[in-house]
Ligand binder design. Structure first.
Ligand code: HGY
Ligand code: MN
Ligand code: MN
Length: 424
């Protein structure tokens, strides 16, 4: 966001909380694995630095903060009595490659600033407050699925520990190097009775709130998502000597598959289908590609539609491979059903937003979130925040100070409303 737009917001009204949120997000953005752009993959040095920074801020806010065995930051502040069920606020601090700075980080920092404000008001709460910064929501580095929030939800898959990143590093080894503890992950699972709820603030990553002229929206549901790693195998050979009709070109076959994925996704109501990463081997100008690895990301609000899309995409890839004399293998590593978010918490967020004069739309999330994992053990809800042109997973991701302020105040109001209701 340009500096003058930020100042303009500040000139108009007291946006103390929003200004603090934006300043902390800007500070956190310096922790990147790639100088010049924001890339903070799970268990990387930048993830460790960001986790320690956030844990320090939570500690200074009066929370007992630690980095857990799976690499998430978890901080707790007791309520009116010790050992009460916790209302958890937070999101994730890992990012995609060349990311925007608000995806995930906004929810962690909004939770922190809201908690600071709530504690400053001094009213004892009828629940404990916990702040979390999950570390593996994007699942970009390893073939996992919301692994750090699923650790808290008791749904961690031990085979994730043997997954490897593109350099061949095993998650287990990266976790130990990070300072985590693979053997300590099962103990992270929460007894559902100890979790009162989970509230996640997150940028919308879409255009609906900007079109509606609203700073915040209430998320009704999170789309189901299937992700897979695919391999196309042909025969590396000389680009100058092999006649066109005698080739087993893995890249030409993969290219036909990518177009089939796009066509099938577009034809399926409400679905989206993406090939986001593709690697060619051996990758030389004068060598016919012998192998191509690519990723699949298939989503739909309706699980039956997603299942149909997955089946059609796999059938199309196998037909193309067969016709071209290629090998095709697909390994699904994420298969998350669509999740309806908690009606009571949605209502609490909506009531808080309306008390601030907003008219928050209810909208589904095409992106997945840690709330989808926590919803397995506790009431979970999300507050979406308007982002410019809906852009995300891109350094152009941008929100305004005023909207950061609005989201933080709505979150505070929702927590206090829940406290009043629980304490009634
Ligand atoms: O890909 C997603 O839906 C999220 O940004 N991890
Ligand atoms: Mn996110
Ligand atoms: Mn994301």
């Amino acid at each position: 966001m340009t500096e003058d737009l930020r100042n303009q917001d500040l000139r108009n009204q007291d946006l103390r909380l929003g200004a603090r949120v934006m300043a902390l997000i800007d500070d956190l953005a310096r922790h990147t694995d790639e100088p010049g752009r924001l890339t903070r993959l799970y268990l990387s040095p930048a993830h460790r630095a960001a986790a320690e920074t956030v844990a320090g801020w939570m500690g200074r806010a009066g929370f007992a903060a630690r980095i857990d065995a799976a690499g998430s930051v978890v901080a707790r502040r007791e309520g009116a009595a010790p050992g009460l069920p916790a209302l958890i606020l937070g999101s994730h601090i890992d990012s995609v490659v060349d990311a925007g700075r608000y995806d995930g980080n906004l929810g962690v920092i909004c939770g922190l600033v809201a908690a600071e404000e709530i504690l400053a008001r001094g009213a004892p709460l009828p629940f404990a407050l916990e702040l979390v910064a999950f570390g593996d929501e994007e699942n970009v580095r390893f073939p996992t699925s919301l692994s750090t929030s699923k650790a808290l939800a008791g749904r961690y898959r031990p085979d994730w520990l043997d997954g490897r990143d593109k350099d061949g590093t095993r998650l287990r080894d990266a976790l130990v190097a990070f300072g985590g503890d693979p053997e300590g992950i099962p103990a992270l699972a929460r007894d559902p009775a100890t979790v009162a709820g989970f509230l996640e603030v997150h940028i919308e990553q879409g255009p609906a709130l900007e079109a509606a002229g609203q700073p915040v929206g209430i998320v009704s549901a999170i789309a189901g998502i299937t992700r897979a790693r695919c391999a196309v195998t042909g025969e590396a050979n000389h680009a100058g000597t092999v006649p066109m009709g005698m080739r087993r070109d893995a890249l030409a076959g993969a290219a036909e598959m990518v177009l089939a994925v796009e066509r099938l996704g577009a034809a399926m109501p409400g679905a989206v289908a993406t090939v986001g990463a593709l690697d060619v081997a051996p990758g030389a100008v004068n060598v016919i590609a012998g192998r191509v690895d690519f990723t699949l990301d298939l989503r739909a609000p309706d699980d039956a539609v997603r299942a149909r899309l997955v089946a059609e995409v796999e059938a199309a890839c196998r037909e193309i491979a067969e016709r071209r004399g290629l090998g095709f293998a697909a390994e699904t590593f994420m298969d998350n059903p669509a999740v309806a978010l908690d009606a009571g918490l949605q209502a609490a967020l909506e009531a808080a937003a309306r008390r601030h004069g907003f008219a928050p739309p209810r909208l589904p999330s095409g992106a997945t979130h840690d709330a989808a994992a926590l919803a397995a053990i506790a009431p979970a809800a999300m507050l979406f925040v308007r982002c410019r042109a809906g852009i995300s997973h891109n350094p152009a991701e941008s929100i305004t100070v005023a909207d950061a302020d609005a989201a933080t105040r709505v979150l505070i109001d929702a927590v206090l409303g829940l406290a009043e209701k629980a304490g009634a």
